[in-house]
Ligand binder design. Sequence first.
Ligand SMILES: Cc1ncc(COP(=O)(O)O)c(C=O)c1O
Length: 469
Amino acid sequence: MSGFIGLAVPGPSNMPFRIRQAMDIALEDHRAPDFPKFTLPLFADLKRIFQTKSGQVFLFPGSGTGGWESAIANTLSPGDKVLASVFGQFSLLWVDLCQRFGLNVDAIDVEWGKGVPLEKYLQRLAADKEHKIKAVLVTHNETATGVTSDVAGVRRILDELDHPAMLFVDGVSSIASIDFRMDEWGVDVAVAGSQKGFMLPTGLAIVCVSQKALKAGETAKLPRCFFDYRDMIKTNAQGYFPYTPAATLLRGLRVSVDMLLEEGLENVFARHSRLASAVRAAVEAWGLRTCAQGPEWYSDTVTAVVVPEGFDANDVIKTAYYQYDLSLGTGLNKVNGKVFRIGHLGWLNDIMVMQTLGGVELAMRDVGIPFEPGAGAGAAVRYLSDTGRAMDRSRIDFTALSTASAAILRARDRLGADTAAPPCRFRATTLAKDTTNRTAQCQLRFSERLQNEVRQTGLFSGTDPGVQR
Ligand SMILES: Cc1ncc(COP(=O)(O)O)c(C=O)c1O
């Protein structure tokens, strides 16, 4: 066999060579006197990835599932009520974990393909006058269906009702890839894993905890030992751990955090958004649909593609793997056989996405799914070429501004009829930065309908640039 095996599952993601090299080291003494010189800045810099000043980051040997367990075991007591929703395999498993811990879970069933039902959360929390609900669970990005939910929306509901429940977020397949704001959204426990946006091997549960959740831990009664935040707090303060840490992975994590901060979080999010849009353009051009039922649910890290009636998605996955050395994500639970998943997160660029789309086309053609070969790849080529990529800071100059202006003008031209609609001003801030890091701004007038189109060019900062009338 020659050539790379393509890894297009939604985690583990591709590992940068820089990270691999950082971990190709002799094993080290995690109680060495100079170990804190390495760990203390790492803890501090990780807070920037979670966009928090007041939260505390914990690094456990483990995986995302361990992160879930830590959130529950450290903050709640047997029989406590939690509000959750199930719309895919991972939101389902988190609920299962809560039930096994003896919590009283109100798990709202949602059609797979949609996400957290804000109206139902509002109803349940509004009805909870006695504040029996102690925690609200949100799976930010449901990796099984490629659905992203509105965490800020849940925060708004809690604030409007002045409800004191803690907000727990599963950010395993969103954090470090999709915008996630611990402090701004008032998140109490955020859970991530090393093998997705952090571009590392599996083996770390990366958890960020608010002061409010730490306080709740003082009276919480669920049993905890391995995942006890209190043991971590005591030893982490000096730069050490209560037991042997996964030090080699931490060396990789140092480089992962460096790479994310060097690129700039805004640029990381924009890159994911743009590559995801290219994948969705391909799906549409194949005449297929995504499991996510509409743009409000689209995920920028994973796309679950529904195969036509009469076909088995597992045949596509097996063919891609055995014939073309490409790993695609399988459909889990209810959607097994119905979807295959394309992971587009982590260390990824335009040509890696094109390679995956080419592999998908080869496999789909082999199993007889009707589509025009090249249609999806062609749509992605057009999208990527039209939008140009948001470059990392070190490479950017003001010519990027004209690219951005051209992209939004093209977007407007494509929907020409819309220009007749009453215009509103859509503030489009380009990611173009000069060497002194000044942001170039470019404002044009658009109707509301065009916002999405403009946003999908991936050239603009922020997920919601806002509309000024
Ligand atoms: C959204 C989400 N949550 C939780 C998990 C569980 O994480 P792990 O497999 O690292 O335990 C996953 C794994 O893919 C996931 O995608």
